[in-house]
Design a protein around this ligand. Structure first.
Ligand SMILES: [Fe+2]
Length: 193
């Protein structure tokens, strides 16, 4: 596991904020930058990710800006699709849980200036988010499907995990509908008596 927590100075954070502001101002003139809103299985958005143009050298990396709206609200930790990634908190802050290789969990808090690093085998979840939380990241080498470590032992790819979540929700709705039909039948029977 390559996860680690380091810290950058407030001067660097200000420089990053200046860089973000410049990148966002130039956004409408930049045909290769775009924003994707990431939502859970029920369509509830929790993060907006802006991809900026790739930096080709010395190692190809893509800069990302994350606006984190709320915690993940999924009990299992997830990994990321990249071989390595690094995110600096530039506004707000959040708490995360890390799943360690021995399956134990640690929780930690990240504030402005903290740098969160991930390798391809690192799993985490975001548990609490301050208002106006923004991070700036660099990601390299999208090499794998991302997903959740269910029960802390079984890797389930995100598309399968979300599909099964939706199917469970649909079954529950159906069960509710059956109850409603039953109640309506009881009500109608009582009226007839
Ligand atoms: Fe994550």
């Amino acid at each position: 596991m390559t996860s680690s927590l380091s810290r950058i100075s407030s001067v660097s954070v200000r420089a990053l904020l200046g860089g973000i502001s410049g990148a966002l101002t130039a956004f409408d003139r930049n045909p290769v930058a775009y924003t994707r809103v990431i939502a859970d299985a029920h369509g509830s958005p929790y993060i907006a990710r802006t991809y900026l143009p790739r930096i080709p050298r010395p190692v190809a990396m893509t800069p990302l800006i994350h606006a984190i709206h709320r915690p993940d609200r999924i009990r299992w930790c997830h990994n990321h699709p990249w071989r390595r990634s690094r995110f600096v908190v530039v506004s707000g802050g959040y708490s995360e849980t890390r799943l360690l290789p021995d399956r134990s969990r640690v929780t930690r808090r990240l504030s402005v200036g903290d740098v969160n690093s991930f390798g391809r085998d690192d799993f985490h979840s975001i548990d609490a988010v301050d208002p106006h939380t923004w991070t700036v990241g660099l990601v390299a080498d999208e090499c794998q499907e991302w997903g959740f470590m269910v029960d802390d032992v079984e890797f389930v790819p995100s598309d399968r995990y979300f599909r099964e979540e939706r199917e469970t929700a649909a079954r529950e709705l159906l069960r509710e509908a059956e109850w409603i039909r039953l109640l309506a039948w009881i009500d109608a029977s009582a009226r007839r008596e």
